[in-house]
Design a protein around this ligand. Structure first.
Ligand code: ZN
Ligand code: ZN
Length: 268
């Protein structure tokens, strides 16, 4: 019986009859199983995590990160960390909602590789929680999700970045920027940067994107699920700037953090 009740916890109950039965049961915290109250899975205001689980999430501190690469820093308000001091990126800035811990990684893998698209609204909502009553988004006038190449899109059936962007935007109370998925496309399938040796990494993303002329004079926020090296987002920013965009920043759900002594490329 316990297992049956567990199976009704969102985000796992996709079938209609389970959703109907769920109306009769209290909502449980997605992480710890504690009772949340009367909200249901389909209620956009459903909290889905209890307050203590929400507090335990690896929220990114808006001050303690490198403005250029988004990596965690020891001191607040660093324009560039020691790792990226040598190089000026095309991205105006990078920011993430969360650190890439095992918990967030599990959610993202389930969304991307196990077809659990119903996680997208919850993750988009979590990312939006970072920006309520916050004017950081004001400097951008449009949002562009990082596109997938058509071959990968066919295989996966959806672009997780587009889904996240949609639900992120939908959950913002004050700023709703229009989303333009067609402004950027992948011209060829590239291998993940983390799988390649340095020499190949440097050329892997050359001309990997193409931008629409509509980007001219726009301030664009790129949105993606995970940032590891930042090279994909930076290549996308370069392409948009070449096409006439005014400014391009990046926002990701989570970023892999590392210290200078860590092996950054140890894990995808
Ligand atoms: Zn909980
Ligand atoms: Zn940096």
């Amino acid at each position: 019986m316990d297992e049956f009740v567990q199976s009704l916890r969102h985000p796992f109950p996709p079938s209609v009859w389970k959703q109907w039965i769920r109306q009769l049961l209290p909502s449980l915290c997605w992480k710890c199983g504690g009772v949340l109250g009367g909200k249901t899975y389909h209620d956009p205001a459903s909290p889905f995590l209890c307050l203590s689980c929400l507090k335990e999430l690896p929220w990114m501190d808006s001050q303690y990160h490198c403005r250029q690469c988004g990596n965690r820093t020891a001191e607040p308000d660093r324009l560039r960390c020691s790792e990226c001091m040598e190089e000026v990126w095309d991205l105006y800035e990078s920011r993430s909602g969360f650190e890439y811990t095992d918990l967030i990684r599990d959610w993202i893998l389930r969304l991307k590789f196990y077809g659990q698209e119903h996680l997208a609204p919850l993750l988009g909502r979590l990312l939006a929680l970072n920006f309520q009553n916050n004017n950081w988004l004001e400097k951008y006038d449009s949002v562009v999700p990082i596109p997938l190449h058509s071959s990968r899109l066919r295989k996966r059936g959806f672009n997780q970045s587009l889904l996240l962007t949609h639900h992120f935007s939908k959950n913002l109370v004050e700023y709703t920027h229009p989303i333009f998925p067609h402004w950027l496309r992948r011209t060829r399938a590239t291998r993940p940067q983390t799988e390649l040796p340095l020499a190949e990494r440097l050329v892997n993303l050359d001309n990997a994107f193409a931008a629409s002329p509509e980007v001219q004079n726009r301030s664009i926020l790129l949105l993606d699920d995970v940032m590891t090296t930042g090279s994909t987002l930076n290549a996308a920013a370069r392409c948009l700037l070449d096409a006439g965009a005014d400014k391009v920043g990046a926002l990701v759900l989570c970023r892999r953090m590392w210290d200078a002594s860590d092996n950054l490329y140890g894990e995808a």
